[in-house]
Design a protein around this ligand. Structure first.
Ligand code: CA
Length: 668
């Protein structure tokens, strides 16, 4: 129990603690309540009554701490009165989470802290409060929620010295550290909750915080976390969660409905969680320390960062991490759910999963931009351009529509594709990820509705001037450009590889947090925003686009790109891009097709996504994935145009829990 107290104790300077306790005692009523808390409030998101228990925890920490309040009998009486008031009132929220997780966890921590004191609260009061903790059924919960309920079961087991309860609770608390196709940690190391919905931060953050916290309480005991489960937990934190941060800020795609909360992308205080991880898993100390330095801003976002590429085939999400930038894509398929709204949060995030591209170099490009965003121009998406923001109509996550959504990866580079059919818009969208650039293609864009259809290249905070073809953009306003080739903003270049009508808006945008989240303020926020989109016009038929994002653009970039990047095909059935410098050809085949790579003619009899490395060498590495996750076998025929030699290779696609994962074929 002393390790629990150590974990809860905060490093508050004694003078601050003194002031806060003096104030709490002065404002507490004789019955133990505070007049500024409305105990009958039942709000689902911010539930005010819980602050009563938070205050009592701070008082208990002072009572058992190092300062002048230690063993102070007035303080103990005040805590006792507060606990009696809570027990008698039994405040309830309309949200089960507060009743079955939040309140019992607070009570458990409070009682454990009070166990460390010389003088105790009355035994009958403690007994009745322990009884009151029996809320929530751990066996009915999954993922992050199971962990949260099991945590207060462990507190109760410790308080009652119940070994049987401790055994079963520890088993339950660490149960979410295992792969599942239900809610929780997925076989591709993504995290899903509320059905098959991407929640890498949000519920995934609850998962890592809770598991490391409990593991830190249980370290050096017979219940300590170790072995395979510890490996899995740290792998999730290091290679999924931390990779989705750039510097001290998260990818906006990983927060679920939390994207609509103030400061949600701010991870500059990640060191709290990282220090817990270091305590539990010191074998990775170098990585935890590097992450602390990157997130708190003491080192650059690139500090000790290992470049990597991961496509999460369970969650329809791609992470492309380079030393100089992150470029991540959120998609949705008929196997997964769109970003939820619920509890009055994320009210207009209707288009968030339609191939949203998070482009981060410094990290803070989207930090708190959400209240001023135009929500039908989410970066990367192709949507109808409405006059007003569109409400999300389905609560708690709408299932996606199309099976062909996926990606191939060799863990350095990759290709992802999103067959979109939503809200009256169809599009075949794909991303070809390399070291210096990401090629974004769209084809088969159709819409019969009245609105213009647009593809948004980016919508982020405006920093410095914007140039179009090397010239300063036309002031702070909205301007159209017919077939420009090159836009640069904040060091990021956008190269238009196909002719397009491009629209640039670099001006102030306004909005309050309330219209995206009803638990927040109606105060108007404003800021200058860089917004760049391709206008496909009304009723586009088979419209298409091709642009290349170069996160560290220099004045030579345009020439380099023309020499390096070849867009070979961009149609609604096949999209092929070649990078000459890396000797990589990448392709998306929405239907069985034949493509030509150098001297070779490659025919594949199944829809797939593929990447061919070392095309100039005798042994080529061919990575292939089935985005539909429906195929088991296929064939690939490689015929040489010069020698006329040809060879047929069998493909056995990964199936079961690995369906959609990448397969490597080495081909002569
Ligand atoms: Ca609009």
């Amino acid at each position: 129990m002393s390790q629990v107290c150590e974990g809860i104790r905060k490093d508050i300077p004694l003078d601050k603690e003194d002031q806060s306790i003096t104030k709490l005692l002065a404002t507490q009523q004789p019955d133990g309540s505070w007049t500024d808390i409305v105990y009958t409030k039942t709000d689902i998101t911010v539930w005010q009554p819980i602050s009563h228990l938070e205050r009592l925890i701070n008082m208990a920490l002072a009572y058992t701490g190092r300062g002048k309040w230690r063993d102070d009998m007035t303080l103990l009486t005040a805590i006792t009165n507060g606990l009696q008031y809570w027990y008698a009132q039994d405040p309830h929220s309309k949200n089960w989470w507060h009743n079955e997780i939040d309140a019992p966890q607070h009570l458990g921590e409070l009682l454990i802290i009070l166990r460390q004191s010389k003088n105790k609260i009355p035994a009958p009061l403690e007994e009745s409060l322990i009884e009151r903790m029996k809320r929530g059924d751990v066996y009915k919960q999954t993922g992050a929620n199971k962990l949260d309920v099991a945590t207060h079961y462990i507190y109760r087991a410790a308080l009652t010295a119940n070994a049987g309860l401790m055994d079963s609770s520890v088993e339950q608390v660490f149960q979410p550290i295992s792969f599942t196709t239900q809610e929780g940690l997925q076989y591709d190391y993504s995290f899903m909750q509320h059905g098959r919905q991407l929640q890498i931060s949000s519920y995934g953050a609850v998962f890592i915080t809770g598991e490391y916290k409990v593991a830190s309480f249980l370290r050096n005991t017979r219940y300590a976390l170790g072995g395979e489960k510890l490996k899995i937990l740290s792998n999730y934190y290091l290679n999924t969660f931390l990779k989705a941060l750039r510097g001290g800020y998260s990818d906006f795609n990983i927060e679920g409905r939390g994207i609509s909360r103030v400061d949600m992308l701010n991870k500059t205080h990640e060191q709290g969680r990282l220090k817990l991880a270091a305590m539990v898993d010191p074998a990775h100390n170098n990585e935890w320390n590097a992450a602390i330095e990157r997130t708190n801003g003491k080192q650059a976002p690139s500090y000790k960062l290992q470049p990597s590429h991961t496509h999460f085939y369970c969650a329809d999400y791609t992470l492309h991490t380079q030393a100089d930038y992150s470029f991540n894509v959120r998609m949705v398929s008929s196997r997964t759910k769109r970003t939820e709204n619920g509890n009055g949060e994320n009210l207009i995030g209707k288009f968030l999963p339609d191939g949203a591209t998070d482009i981060q170099v410094k990290g803070n490009e989207y930090y708190n931009i959400m209240p001023v965003w135009e929500w039908d121009k989410i970066p990367g998406t192709t949507e109808r351009d409405y006059a007003d923001d569109q409400p999300t109509t389905v609560q708690w996550g709408e299932v996606g529509t199309m099976p062909f959504v996926g990606g191939v990866s060799d863990s350095s580079y990759g290709v992802s594709a999103y067959d979109m059919n939503y809200n009256g818009v169809t599009a075949k969208k794909s991303w070809f990820f390399f070291d210096k650039e990401v090629v974004c293609l769209g084809a088969g864009i159709n819409c019969k509705e009245v609105e213009n259809v647009t593809t948004t290249l980016n919508q982020c905070w405006l920093k410095g001037e914007v140039t179009v073809d090397g010239n300063k953009a036309k002031g702070k306003d909205v301007a159209s450009y017919e077939n420009p080739s090159w836009v640069v903003h904040d060091g990021v270049g956008y190269y238009l590889a196909e002719q397009a009508k491009l629209v640039l808006s670099n001006k102030e945008q306004k909005g309050d947090w309330y219209h995206i989240n009803h638990s927040t303020s109606k105060k108007i926020q404003s800021g200058e925003v860089f917004k760049l989109w391709i206008d496909h016009g009304t009723n586009p038929v088979n419209a298409h686009y091709a642009y290349v994002v170069v996160p560290n653009a220099t004045k030579n970039t345009l020439d380099d790109l023309k020499a390096t990047i070849k867009i070979i095909t961009n149609t609604e059935s096949v999209q092929v891009v070649r990078n000459e410098a890396l000797d990589i050809t990448e392709a998306v085949l929405y239907k069985p097709a034949t493509i030509t790579v150098g001297e070779e003619v490659i025919t594949i009899d199944k829809p797939c996504i593929l990447m061919i490395r070392d095309t100039q060498k005798a042994i080529k590495k061919l990575y292939i994935a089935d985005p539909t996750q429906l195929e088991t076998d296929g064939t690939i025929n490689i015929a040489n145009q010069k020698t006329k030699a040809s060879k047929l290779h069998a493909i056995h696609f990964p199936t079961g829990n690995k369906a959609g994962a990448s397969l490597l074929l080495e081909i002569e």
